[in-house]
Write a protein that binds this ligand. Structure first.
Ligand SMILES: NC(=O)c1ccc[n+]([C@@H]2O[C@H](COP(=O)([O-])OP(=O)(O)OC[C@H]3O[C@@H](n4cnc5c(N)ncnc54)[C@H](OP(=O)(O)O)[C@@H]3O)[C@@H](O)[C@H]2O)c1
Length: 331
């Protein structure tokens, strides 16, 4: 597995990481034994950047990783462990708002460290920006966690350009984690150039379009009844069908490269800039291996031009989150 440097503070991670969210929630039924096996295979494959958050589960996703490290204490050093704070949910999972206050951050960090069963979080993100707390105050408190040795590097998720500039002045930010994929390119106009100028790396989340871009989800009926994607506008009855045209084009391009659509989608991200990595989510050891191999795919200038032409001809139907969740995104 190839690695890349993110930010200018020394963070180095696998080009293809692992999103652990679906192992606990949102994308239908999951099984702990399979998830633990997938984590073991990730280590074998050198997929070292593991992504979780205190809201996945809620909390049970961090506990799952904690269980893995308890069972495999010698593997902790092989993982760059990333988690997030800032979105509050109650025990029933209901959304309770966003909190970026220093007091909340200190408590959230201690609770994550405990659930993960580790002494340090390698990469700690603010999950969503709190409009009621100046970013300087939030990042100041995050910086204190670095000074205390509880956290090694800092990131922001779904932050806009101005926030990144202000945050980075307060304490060095290594990473922006935001949605970025063949069907989510909203960062390109302003935010990615800002990251470039500040030396901040990108961790692209939902790089497979929540599974849609792989072609594996052929209709809404393929999703479990409680699957969160059924409420995502891009997966609505009307939009799902229309967005399939894009998937068909991705499949055609993947055939020309002798790779799978998932691999093409991931390789496209890593070819945009050497400071970009992605964290495809999967519960399957087989798909994990398939995704890891995307790090070896080389797209030529002609391949990339073909993808660009294809994207120019495609309209994406539906926003990337339901309306009330879009309000928490700074782009
Ligand atoms: N910062 C944020 O606000 C935020 C938001 C969302 C997600 N994230 C993070 O980003 C990670 C990845 O995003 P995501 O899980 O939303 O979306 P994703 O990585 O775009 O897609 C995940 C979906 O694709 C399927 N899949 C994975 N590899 C596949 C392959 N090779 N072929 C066919 N299907 C495949 C998975 O199913 P199986 O599990 O069945 O393989 C899963 O349903 C999450 O796990 C989470 O850690 C962060």
């Amino acid at each position: 597995m190839k690695t890349r440097k993110l930010g200018t503070q020394g963070l180095e991670v696998s080009t293809i990481g692992l999103g652990c969210m679906g192992m606990s929630e949102f994308y239908g039924h999951s099984n702990e034994a399979d998830s633990l096996s997938a984590l073991a295979v990730a280590i074998e494959q050198g997929v070292s950047l593991w992504d979780t958050s205190d809201i996945y589960g809620p909390k049970t996703n961090e506990e799952l990783l904690g269980k893995f490290f308890k069972q495999n204490p010698t593997q902790r050093d092989k993982v760059v462990l990333a988690t997030k704070f800032g979105i509050m949910r109650d025990a029933q999972g209901d959304f309770m708002g966003i909190n970026g206050s220093p007091e909340y951050i200190r408590k959230a960090c201690d609770a994550s460290l405990k659930r993960l069963g580790v002494e340090q979080i390698d990469l700690y993100y603010q999950h969503r920006m709190d409009p009621n707390v100046p970013i300087e105050e939030t990042v100041g408190a995050m910086g204190e966690l670095v000074k205390a040795g509880k956290v090694a590097y800092l990131g922001l998720s779904e932050a806009g350009s101005d926030t990144l500039i202000r945050a980075n002045k307060e304490f060095p930010i290594s990473v922006l984690q935001s949605e970025y994929s063949l069907w989510s390119r909203q960062l390109e106009a302003k935010i990615l150039p800002t990251c470039k100028s500040l030396g901040i790396g990108l961790v692209a989340y939902s790089p497979l379009g929540r599974g849609f871009l792989t072609g594996a989800i052929k209709s809404r009926a393929d999703l479990d009844k409680d699957d969160w994607r059924l409420n995502n506008p891009r997966f609505s009855k009307e939009n799902f069908e229309q967005n399939l045209t894009l998937v068909n084009h991705i499949k055609e391009l993947a055939i020309t490269k002798n790779c799978t659509p998932a691999q093409l989608a991931l390789a496209w991200i890593t070819h945009q800039d050497e400071s970009y990595v992605s964290i495809p989510g999967t519960r399957s050891t087989q798909r994990l291996k398939e995704n890891a191999l995307a790090a070896n795919i080389i797209l030529t200038t002609e391949d990339l031009a073909r993808v660009s032409d294809m994207l120019l001809s495609q309209e994406i139907h539906g926003s990337r989150y339901p309306e009330q969740m879009m309000a928490a995104l700074e782009n």
